[in-house]
Design a protein around this ligand. Sequence first.
Ligand code: UGA
Length: 322
Amino acid sequence: MTQNQALNEKKTCLITGVAGFIGSHLARRLLAEGCQVIGIDCFTDYYDGCIKEKNINDLLEQARFTLIRRDIVDLEDSWFEGVQWVFHQAAQAGVRASWGDQFAHYTHHNVLGTQRLLEWARHSGIERFIYASSSSVYGASGKLPMHEDDLPRPLSPYGVTKLAAEHLCNLYHQNFALPATSLRYFTVYGPGQRPDMAFHRFIRAILRDEELVIYGSGEQTRDFTYIDDIVEANLSAASAQNALGRVYNIGGGSRISVNGVLEILSRLAEKAIAVRHEPVQAGDPPHTYADTTRAENELNYQPRTTLEKGLEIMFNNFLEIR
Ligand code: UGA
C-alpha cells in the first residue's frame, strides 16, 4: 500500500507524547490528512509546561483530535479504542540530564512506559506501531556513518533506556507478531524545538544578546534532521509493507560541527555571537552521522530540508513569536 492509499483510509492514530515537539508536529500533519488523532501526554515538568500547552493549542480546536492528560504507564484499554496506527513519541528526553537521581524518570517513561504500551498493543489489533528511537543508541563507536547493523553502545543513561525500549519493540514483534518499526531519529530541529536543545538555546541567546554556551571545542558534529522530514518518515513507515520488525536511521543527510552551526546563525542574525566554552558533557557522543540507505530503499525516505534552509526557517519562526 502506498502512503497516499494508506492515508486515504483516514486512520485512527494514537500519538504518545503529543504535546511535545515531535508529537505535536506529527498530530498536525495527520489531522491535515483527515485522520482521527488520539493524543496522550502526561505533561512532565522537564521543561516549562506552558510550551507544551502552546504546542497543542491549535490541535485542541479540531474535532478529530482527542487529548488524554495521563501517563501511559497507567494506561487503561478504554482510552485507545479503535486505534489503528500508534506513533510512540513519549519519552523522558535529554542526553546530558540523564545521570544521577533523574535516571528514575528515564526508566519510568522510556522503558516501563513503552512496555505498558506494547502490552496493550499486542491485544488491541493495531495495524502499526512506530517507535521513536534515537541516534543515542549508537554511542561513540568511531565508525561513520552509523549503520543500523552496527553494535549499539550508548554513551548516556538516556541512550540505554531508548535502546532498551527498541529491544522491547523487537521482542513484541518476534514473539507476538506486533507490527512494530523503530525509527532512530538524529538530533531533530525546527520551529518548536525543545528548549533544552542546542539550536533553541543558541537562537534564544542570540536574540537576547546573551552569551551562549558551547560544550567542549565546538568541533563535535551532528547529523541534524528537520522536523518535517521526521514527520514524513513516520508516515512512510506506517504505510510501508516491508517495515515490520525493522529499524531505520532517519537523518538529515549531512553532518556539521557546532561551530559550523554558529557560523550560519551569525550570518542569519547579521552579528557576531558571544560564546563561552564549558567542559564536554558526560554522555555526549563526539559525532553522529546517519547512513540512511536502508530508509531510502525501504521507506522511500529522502531528507528534503537542508540545514541552511531549516535553520533559517527556525530562526525566522523565533523572530515571529518572540
Ligand atoms: C538530541 C536530543 O536532545 C535527544 O533527545 C535525542 O535523542 C538525540 O538528539 C538523538 O539524536 O538521538 P543532542 O544531539 O545532544 O541530543 O542534541 P542537542 O541538544 O541539539 O545538542 C547538539 C550538540 O550541541 C551537542 O554536541 C551538545 O553538546 C552541543 N550543545 C548543546 C552545546 O554546545 N551547547 C548547548 O547549550 C547545547
